[in-house]
Design a protein around this ligand. Structure first.
Ligand code: ZN
Length: 378
């Protein structure tokens, strides 16, 4: 692919290294690696070029030593040149661009949002992007078929999300709100292999991409996506899963003072002066809590379990499948699973792969009626 692009560029008589967006747009994803950042460190190994928004070359250099780039300075000081800060794209001949000492493949865009904040976006080939997330989503020593299933799911999820971001500066973030991406620094040999072995493979439902959600452990039954979001699709209706019972994250416990619950709810706009009872109002078909009522003698607040979990902290209240009791101004929670519970259960997948199921069987199980297919790559 790289060779093809280079030949194409040569043919056009243009000098540099990397194609502009558009040439390989079908394979590229744009990841926000810094948002609202006042400054960052930039380092480049080997030859590099900086282009402005129109694609005009404004700087060429080699081996840039680590230097701070500050939004409030209004400029980028480089050896032998000072650039007034605006939207720039940095192309490296070998793909060695470091942002805050983390190595990124592909192209890095610097987008000043105002005089105090940057957006920094890494644009790269989809398959390389997957290499940079897989180990952050599951451990590289997991069975190979688990890694392969995760690669297919992550590829599907990224391509699905990318459909809605054409007019935005980026397609995905680098955090838990999409998929945790750490650039080349996060790559491991085994997970890279899983990406390569499934190259281009995605899941579809009735010929279309769908949001292939996943989570750490379902706790017994995966959730119907329509209980949480406006997504009502056969592959995301929820399945029984006994496999994650062996997981270290199958059960969780938490204790929080009534005072802290009150203040955390209040911070999210749910005002409660006082409460002495939390009642489970209704359950979803999967067994998770749908709504809770927080009440005192003269006050009552009905809240969705999803909002309740978000307000208290999703890593403290690990799922919406819990029971609770209040003992002297403290609330004790005991729950099952970790995560929203929709789609693939990663710890269930781990057990299935360990018992000899291949990645196709695992995906068929967690996304019923979906089809494993290969994207056409050019
Ligand atoms: Zn499970």
């Amino acid at each position: 692919m790289v060779k093809k692009i280079a030949v194409f560029w040569l043919f056009l008589g243009l000098s540099f290294i990397y194609p502009a967006r558009g040439i390989y747009a079908d394979e590229a994803v744009r990841i926000a690696i810094l948002q609202d950042s006042a400054s960052f460190y930039l380092r480049v190994k080997g030859a590099f070029e900086i282009q402005d928004e129109s694609g005009r070359s404004v700087y060429k250099g080699k081996n840039l030593k680590s230097r701070p780039i500050k939004a409030d300075s209004g400029k980028i000081i480089l050896p032998g040149a000072v650039l007034n800060l605006s939207r720039f794209r940095i192309f490296s001949k070998n793909g060695y661009i470091y942002i805050n000492n983390r190595l990124y493949r592909g192209v890095v865009s610097i987008i000043p949002k105002d005089t105090t904040r940057f957006l920094v976006v890494n644009e790269l080939d989809l398959e390389h992007y997957l290499r940079g997330i897989l180990c952050n989503e599951i451990a590289p020593w997991w069975p190979l078929d688990a890694l392969k299933a995760q690669a297919v799911v992550a590829r599907t999820y990224a391509l699905y999300q990318r459909q809605f971001t054409k007019n935005k500066d980026f397609d995905l973030t680098n955090d838990i709100y999409s998929q945790v991406y750490g650039g080349k620094t996060s790559e491991k040999w085994r997970s890279n292999r899983a990406v390569d072995l499934t190259k281009g493979e995605i899941l579809t439902f009735k010929g279309n991409l769908f949001p292939a959600y996943y989570h750490a452990a379902c706790g017994g039954h995966t959730e119907d996506a329509s209980m949480l979001w406006k997504v009502d699709l056969a592959p995301l209706k929820g399945v029984r899963c006994v496999f994650c019972a062996a997981s270290p994250h199958f059960k969780w416990q938490a204790e929080i003072s009534s005072e802290e619950i009150k203040s955390k709810l209040s911070a999210k706009g749910f005002k409660m002066d006082y409460f002495d009872e939390i009642e489970i109002v209704s359950l979803n078909p999967s067994g998770r809590i749908n709504e809770l009522e927080i009440k005192s003698a003269d006050n009552s607040l009905v809240i969705s379990a999803k909002d309740f979990r978000q307000a208290l902290g999703p890593n403290l209240i690990r799922s919406t499948n819990f029971t609770l009791k209040i003992i002297s101004a403290k609330v004790y929670f005991a729950g099952l699973g970790w995560g929203h519970g929709v789609g693939l259960c990663q710890w269930g997948m781990h057990e299935l792969a360990k018992s000899g199921k291949n990645y196709k069987e695992i995906l068929e199980y967690y996304y019923p009626e979906s089809k494993l297919t290969r994207r056409l790559l050019f």
